[in-house]
Design a protein around this ligand. Structure first.
Ligand code: FAD
Length: 599
């Protein structure tokens, strides 16, 4: 690019554009699996819609024990431990720290990707403008991933994409219009408030909208059966995050962002004015502590990959051979009119059941026509109807981890994304499970050295420990080994065996019952409106805090402050006996183990 400003050149295996949860996790997954990565993010912090700039809370698959594990869960565990009062910018710092501590990643913040250099169907490099340094940042790589949500690399590379809603006949779907259009789900800004012990007045700006009565937020009858039953404007620790302040869906999806933000500001200040000053809501002691100036986007541009995930795929449970991730949020299709959908003639928002969990295939995560382009997040190859479920951040995080891991495997094998198939899919699935991810229907292959050991538990317990499923299978069926605090699991061999690594899956308290009395904070450790009743979060009581590892009775490792569910301890030791003594938990009386392996 011809410019008086300097160009800084980077070269890597894998370049990720967009540092929302999908991109951040993709970068980390690839780097941890050996790829040299550059992550380009146009904001000052990582996290996208979950960041302190937007503050949307992470949701994922519904239902007990369906919580997403892997890197997302590691982030959340770090946040609960370091940020129990859930300060939004500390969440940013958790993501920042995880990326910065990985030596395989170069992080380019405040850098907006706006050009790509291609050779035929192959991307050679991308260029970003870094606004803090007034420099161009050019990144040459073997593989690229677009996690920008807006799919910036589509217009820049000629990758096939789609905007808006498919017509029902196209994929035989029932969600969405009969005839295709370019309408999308809208964007929102959020606000956050805090309860004090004294009255706090609020004077709205003169340009704020005025909403005199609760009826101004009334929802027409059809919505009552299909979506939220009312536009809930109850704040409070357990209140509503006002997600319904939504505009901009009528299109064009990206170009209208600034003007939509202006309108959203009028709506948001108007709603806070209503809550404080109109009708009697009882929020006199509440103050507005933050309002977002950056709209969070739900939908803009989706890529077309080798497979387009549809409403019917989801409804059928997503039983794909190349399943690499799962969703489980209902198909939650917002009316493009958003907040303005108040009249009888408006198109309805809809909340349609989806199985939880359902599978998502690898083939929806790379471009159908650009050879070295991956994607993950809200821009995957899915119809509008399918996106209405896959878009939640727990699911986007799993997609990011699957795609980043796939990129690392492609790099190791020197193959294109589309060549990762057959047995290589099994390697991808097993790598993901080893890294803590749950894939419905796929079991972990237990390492030979674990299978070869005598373990000091009953045959029945041994079968459970080595069954390759690392989470509860339902309330009734026991799928973990439970032992007393202070007891040890002892692995014995007839002759010395070299063990490279000890891998343990503790119980992360999948339903987060021990983390917070507040139901919202159990969903994910992020803050909503803070009432005086807010209680700081606690590390899951079920995680083992203190444990020791002995090889032939010699102490070789000890931890006195573990707060992660997945523990992987490098050993590199030969011995006949390995003993793991579980000394204390973060509160539970017993120790629960979903896996304990010697590798
Ligand atoms: C108001 C609202 C409510 C929602 N409610 C929920 C909810 O309750 N729970 C939930 O889980 N999900 C919710 N969602 C959906 C969810 O937030 C998104 O689907 C999700 O954030 C998508 O993740 P992502 O990583 O793909 O994209 P994003 O979070 O959008 O991140 C993409 C990142 O890429 C950056 N970027 C864009 N262009 C460029 C470029 N050219 N160069 C470099 N960087 C770039 C962006 O700044 C952004 O940080 C909601 C969304 C909105 C807007």
């Amino acid at each position: 690019m011809s410019s008086i400003f300097k160009t800084i050149e980077h070269s890597c295996d894998f370049c990720v554009v967009g540092g929302g949860l999908a991109g951040t996790i993709a970068a980390l997954a690839a780097a941890r699996n050996g790829a040299k990565v550059v992550l380009i993010q146009d904001r000052p912090m990582l996290g996208g819609n979950s960041s302190s700039e937007i503050r949307m809370w992470v949701r994922g698959a519904r239902g007990p024990y369906n919580r997403e594990t892997g890197i997302l869960s590691e982030f959340e565990e770090e946040n609960i431990y370091r940020n129990p009062t859930l300060v939004p910018t500390l969440w940013d710092s958790v993501l920042f720290g995880k990326i910065k501590e990985n030596k395989n990643i170069t992080l380019l913040l405040n850098a907006s990707c706006l050009d790509a250099q291609c050779d035929g169907n192959t991307i050679k490099s991308v260029t970003a403008w870094q606004l803090t340094t007034y420099t161009w940042q050019k990144v040459t790589a073997k593989y690229f991933a677009d996690c920008s949500g807006d799919s910036v690399l589509a217009p820049l590379t000629g990758a096939k994409y789609r905007i808006g809603r498919e017509g029902n006949d196209e994929f035989n779907e029932t969600i969405g219009p009969k005839v295709a259009d370019e309408k999308v789900m809208g964007m929102s800004i959020l606000l956050q408030s805090r309860e004090t012990d004294h009255p706090v007045p609020f004077i709205p700006p003169e340009w704020a909208n005025v909403y005199e009565k609760d009826e101004d937020f009334a929802i027409i009858p059809y919505l009552k059966s299909q979506h939220s039953t009312f536009r809930n404007h109850t704040v409070g620790t357990n209140g509503c995050n006002l997600w319904w302040m939504e505009l901009g869906g009528l299109g064009p999806a990206i170009e209208n962002t600034e003007e939509t933000r202006d309108e959203l500001m009028k709506v948001a200040f108007g709603i806070w004015d209503h809550i404080k000053n109109r009708e009697d809501h009882g929020f006199d002691n509440w103050e507005l502590e933050w309002i977002g100036f950056l709209p969070g986007k739900r939908e803009s541009v989706r890529y077309i990959g080798e497979h387009v995930l549809t409403q019917n795929d989801i409804a059928a449970g997503g039983n794909f051979d190349d399943i690499v991730a799962y969703g489980g949020w209902p198909m939650d299709d917002h009316s493009p009119k958003g907040f303005l959908a108040n009249g009888e003639d408006d198109e309805p928002s809809g909340f349609y059941r989806a199985p939880s969990p359902y599978g998502i295939p690898y083939r929806s995560l790379f471009s159908g026509n650009i050879d070295n382009l991956f994607f993950a997040g809200r821009n995957i190859s899915a119809t509008h109807a399918a996106l209405s479920s896959t878009r939640v951040m727990g699911t986007c995080s799993l997609l990011g981890q699957a795609m980043g891991t796939a990129a690392a495997i492609c790099n190791q094998k020197n193959i294109l994304p589309k060549q990762l198939k057959g047995d290589l899919i099994k390697i991808l699935q097993q790598t993901l499970i080893y890294d803590g991810v749950f894939i419905p229907g796929i079991k972990r292959e237990i390492p030979e050295k674990t299978k070869a050991a005598n373990i000091n538990i009953s045959e029945e317990a041994r079968e459970i420990l080595l069954n390759g499923v690392e989470r509860p299978r339902g309330d009734e069926e026991q799928n973990s080994v439970i032992i007393d605090k202070g007891d040890a699991l002892i692995f014995n061999y007839a002759s010395p065996v070299e063990i490279k690594e000890l891998r343990i899956m503790f119980d992360p308290d999948y339903n987060r019952m021990s983390v917070s009395p507040n139901i919202k904070n159990r969903v994910f450790a992020q803050k909503l409106h803070t009432g005086l009743d807010f209680v700081p979060l606690k590390v899951p009581a079920t995680i083992v805090k203190t444990f020791e590892v002995y090889a032939d009775n010699k102490l070789v490792y000890s931890s006195d402050n573990n707060y992660h569910a997945l523990a992987r301890i490098p050993l590199g030791i030969s011995a006949c006996e390995f003993s793991i003594k579980f000394i204390d938990t973060w509160g539970s009386e017993k120790v629960t183990l979903f896996a304990c392996e010697l590798i």
